[in-house]
Design a protein around this ligand. Structure first.
Ligand SMILES: [Mn+2]
Length: 424
């Protein structure tokens, strides 16, 4: 389903007057608003193909309706988000859930929807139908060489699909680990995993990257073989210059200082990018910014500071992606909220008085440092973010547009009420 540009224009003209008042006030408070707007227009966050359907917990999954049942429909959903917010211009595919039957047709559809292919994701955390060997006791760490080989070959197949589509990165998240003391020899598990990653690394084209994603616990609860940023960084350093550490916000132990992790990974030039989500307890995969918006701002504050210190391009030098699950919301509304939260935090980070903060830090003026960060966090930048969307051809209020134009009802009409997104 496509959105008629005329409908967006109508929506924007209905909201224009109220928006202009808010934008004029924001501009009076934020002197360099124009430079922030251009950065916001350039900034895009990739949408994972598995976030377009209703997720579930280990207890139940309550299906939504009108979910995308094919890769083409998933792309159309992301295309719709991008048409509304102009900030979701990439999709991240998961193999084997999204194996294209016709690369050319899929690439044409992507071009038509103005979408790029973000990092490709492999899957060795579950057994597929007809798979020869089981990953019950791990994939790349497995004590059985034939199982390790099967996992290596799967990752190389994922790279091949990505090459066909024009992707430039492979994300490897391993569920490998152990549930009980004594189950695993930690050193051997690490070395097996490293050897497997080395073979996968060798299959990367010259202009590709591999992102090594870590996670503290789940599905294994005693040890994870890529359990934290230290372990991921060990692998990335041993692999070489095309390997980086991927930070998923929900993959830390409670209260971890993620902004410090980010700052140090950037210092080492080993930060791959992000899987954005939010959490109260663990890998909750909740809407970005819904629980800890101040933490999200502090992370972006470090990102902007670190990227500027290295002269990096904010929009393209790191991988930006959402990795969330939606159990009680319409997935598309949830994703619009997530992207909005990211844009707000990014805009606020661009607004930080960097010179003032550096002075406060140099002079150990703790109060001034806190004042600078919290004054910025409490500045309302929503009209700036909306103005960026407006200028790029998006909707002033994407969720209102989605609801007023009954887009979910149209999707249900088109796809039916009982569709289930593949892979979920
Ligand atoms: Mn993730």
């Amino acid at each position: 389903m496509r959105i008629d540009k005329k409908q967006i224009d109508q929506h924007n003209s209905d909201l224009q007057k109220a928006h202009q008042n808010r934008f004029d006030f924001a501009k009076s408070e934020i002197p360099h608003a124009e430079s922030i707007i251009q950065k916001l227009i350039d900034f895009n966050v990739a949408i994972p193909s598995w976030a377009l359907g209703t997720g579930g917990t280990r207890f139940a999954r309550f299906s939504g309706a009108g979910e995308p049942g094919t890769l083409e429909q998933k792309m159309e959903d992301v295309g719709m988000l991008h048409a509304l917010n102009n900030s979701s211009g990439a999709i991240s595919l998961h193999i084997p859930w999204d194996i294209p039957s016709n690369y050319g047709a899929i690439k044409n559809l992507a071009a038509d929807l103005n979408l790029k292919f973000d990092a490709m994701n492999s899957n060795t955390f579950q057994d597929q139908k007809g798979q020869a060997l089981s990953y019950k006791f791990g994939s790349l760490q497995n004590t059985n060489k034939a199982i390790r080989q099967q996992a290596i070959e799967h990752n190389i197949e994922v790279i091949k699909h990505g090459i066909e589509l024009g992707s430039k990165a492979l994300t490897v998240w391993l569920s490998d680990g152990s549930c009980f003391p004594g189950q695993l020899n930690f050193r051997k598990a690490f070395q097996n995993t490293l050897e497997g990653l080395q073979e996968i690394y060798a299959a990367l084209p010259a202009d590709w990257k591999v992102f090594v994603e870590y996670k503290a616990f789940e599905p294994n609860f005693y040890s994870m073989t890529v359990g934290d940023w230290g372990q991921s960084l060990l692998y990335a350093n041993k692999l070489g210059p095309k390997a980086f550490t991927l930070v998923d916000l929900g993959h830390h132990l409670p209260n971890a200082n993620i902004e410090q992790i980010v700052a140090l990974l950037m210092m080492e030039q080993k930060l791959a990018g992000f899987h954005f989500n939010d959490s109260k307890y663990g890998d909750d995969d909740l809407t970005v910014g819904s629980i800890k918006p101040y933490q999200l701002f502090l992370i972006f504050n470090e990102l902007v500071e670190g990227m500027d210190a290295r002269g990096m391009n904010h929009a393209t030098d790191l991988g930006w992606m959402i990795d969330a699950s939606h159990n009680v919301k319409d997935p598309l509304e949830d994703l619009l909220q997530s992207v909005e939260a990211i844009m707000i935090s990014y805009a606020q980070a661009l607004l930080v008085d960097r010179k003032g903060l550096n002075n406060a830090q140099d002079n150990n003026d703790v109060v001034a440092a806190q004042e600078i960060l919290q004054n910025t966090f409490r500045t309302d930048v929503r009209a700036i973010v909306a103005e960026a969307r407006l200028r790029a051809g998006g909707a002033l209020d994407p969720i209102a547009f989605y609801r007023n134009n009954k887009l979910r009802a149209s999707l249900i009409k088109e796809r039916g009420a009982n569709t289930i997104a593949t892979g979920l």
